[in-house]
Design a protein around this ligand. Sequence first.
Ligand code: ADP
Ligand code: MG
Length: 431
Amino acid sequence: MNSLTDIWSHLMETLAAQITSTSYSAWFHDASPVAITDNRLYFKTSSEFKRNLIQQRFLDVLKDSLFDLFSSEFEVIVMTPDEDLSDMEGFTIQTEDYTFENFIVGPSNKFAHAAAVAVSEKPGKVYNPLFIYGNSGLGKTHLLLAICEKMQRLRPGIKVAYLKSDDFTNEMVSAITRGTNEEFRKKYRNVDLFLLDDIQFISGKEGTQEEFFHTFNSVYEAGNQIVVTSDRPPRDMLKLEDRLKTRFEGGLLADIQPPDFETRCAIIKSKSLALSMVLPENCIIYIAENLTSNVRQLEGVVKRLTAYRDILDDQISIETVKKAIKDVIHVGEFIPTPDIIIEESARSFQLSPAEVCGQSRAKNITLCRQIAMYLIRKLTGLPLKDIGLHFEDRNHTTVLSSIRKIEELLTTDPEIASTIKDISANINSRS
Ligand code: ADP
Ligand code: MG
């Protein structure tokens, strides 16, 4: 559990169990999370009056729940609709260890790194927007937060918005429900630095794209900096509106590739030093030779090795390294749930999961349903009968013929093949 949304829903559940349901719905039904740092939670309520009451009556319960969750003390800050994070005293976005200083530069990421540094030194001037793309675990979020860290250091007090594109969507939807669209617009349109992480999730969400387009234009026209990350370049985002593609392509596109052998060695050394561990040279080489495509995995192995060293008081040998690699690769094997697969398939077709699982025989719904069945089979290996249970108890022959149908289309219809690739990538990025 680490996204703001997850933490918030957990917190609300805990709260609902502790206070009367009347109080809960009176004071919290329209509350929404804004940000969490290492020791503060910020959330919004709909009026000054509610804010005061919540502060008087509920702060302790909230703090206790946060303590249970994180085993550390949190401050809870309640905001009114017209307050902004940047008005809040002491708020800076925490970027933890994601700085330029500890980003190892090599041929695979040199260009993206240089662009990110340039942007943080001359925001809005050189490369706007900056669009960083590459596979998962290669340092996109690291660079994004490094820009943020450096700009906050160089210009204390600047307004920064850092968002995952899912959070942008959720916030937008809740603003619409509560009729606070105006504030939502104002909030992001006046920031000095707008960072949107993992924009691939915006694919196919028309409303979010529309809102983002306007936000983009006003940040851009005010001369402020925009940085976006994605797991693929704009041209490969099939369900991205053309006008957004054009905007992105008008800035600088920078890709990050998997690191080469030397860079992998340097990353392993740097990560182990940061954890006060000196690895023997042969171990470093062994890791770098065996894990080639993902920096997050390199880091995972190093972390594991420090744990072995501490717990087992173990000398690090090639044998220990092999064990650590096995653990990490195993953990890294992401098997999505059928629900995630259905959700992502539905999203790509702009349908709801209920429609996909339901009885409609409309052409696009049927196709989406068949794709979802095919992907569940392919990605989870569930028996046909169990797959059917997720689709209002359809029987195994229906599931089988759907899978066959898609297998056939995959070889004859490039557009469908590309849609399926798109959905699979979205599913994978949810690991
Ligand atoms: P992405 O957003 O591309 O999926 P992240 O930025 O989250 O990847 O990176 C995954 C992990 O690998 C992070 O802990 C990050 O600090 C680390 N990492 C990635 N690239 C580098 C690098 N060049 N130097 C140091 N650490 C890196
Ligand atoms: Mg990331």
